[in-house]
Design a protein around this ligand. Sequence first.
Ligand SMILES: [Zn+2]
Ligand SMILES: [Zn+2]
Length: 368
Amino acid sequence: MDESIRVRHYLHRHPELSDQEFETTKFVTEKLTEFGYRITTPKTLNTGVIAEIGQGSPVVALRSDIDALPIQEDTGLEYSSINNGVMHACGHDFHIASLLGAAKLLSQNDINGTLRLIFQPAEETHVGAEEVVESGATNGIDAIIGFHNKPDLKTGEIGILPGGLMAAVDQFKVTFNGIGTHAAMPELGKDPIVALSSTITALQTIVSRNIFSHSSAVVSITHIEGGNTWNVLPEQSFFEGTVRTFDEKVRAEIKERFYEVVNYQSRSFGLSATINWITGPDVVDNNVKLTKIVEDETSKFAQVVHPTPSSAGEDFAYFSQRIPSVFVFVGSDGNSDWHHSDLILNDDSLKYGIEWYYRIGLRLLNSL
Ligand SMILES: [Zn+2]
Ligand SMILES: [Zn+2]
């Protein structure tokens, strides 16, 4: 245990940004080699580590992310980051130390099938999971699991939910193309300000009028622009915002209604709208059958809680859309929240991270 805490403190002192985790990659590779793992990292991955032990089927994968954030640490810890402006403010150091701790324990067991470890780069920029899939490193996997530490859960609590655990994150930008004119003679133009106002109001009916009452979703318009003085109607207006959903069906419904509302609204005002839709991470969608097994095993050593889903995004979703998977929250009893410069996690929580990877890895190898 002391060894795992030392490992986490070392990683915490040496955080690296997304897709630049070169020292972390070296550190993890050395440890896994020492534990007897075959290093199988594909050449196309510049950072990140893939390793295996055992052989044949089933193939069970345990995933940890490894990157840090461009944040100046402000914790006052003696193991604070020595890399200026970079901090493990999401606790991915906690994830790496947990998976390395479990890897050591697993290497001392008989493995039924193949255990594959995925130390994934670039979670924060939401490209790493895709890089790993593209590299072929997920080929042949029967089940994949991972967790995120959760500062608002206590040490010993593990949050498990079947279905959507973390939100799909989409972004939109809309421009109304009208005809500018003198404010005193609106009949000579096409007013993009009234069209924008009406559209924003109408978009708020998507969640309240179109989405099933037991589904949850958020449509937020966060930024609007249009015009620059009091007596001229401008040519264009603009708004942007985000949609958060927990179910791919609801996500598709909202996108469809969004396009309809914006297009019909703008047409009703005699002007056109340009929509730029930016698709972000998918829903982290836990496989119902596997989640039952995971919950049963977890309840043997920790306090299982059923958390509310988080409207933050997580690129583990890229795996969960392709491979049966379970993602959970491991309580890390923090003083603050993800991405805060003062976030300190409780070292006592680390043993639950190790135990979770270790026990769930073995259980799945023996039950698939
Ligand atoms: Zn993060
Ligand atoms: Zn994170």
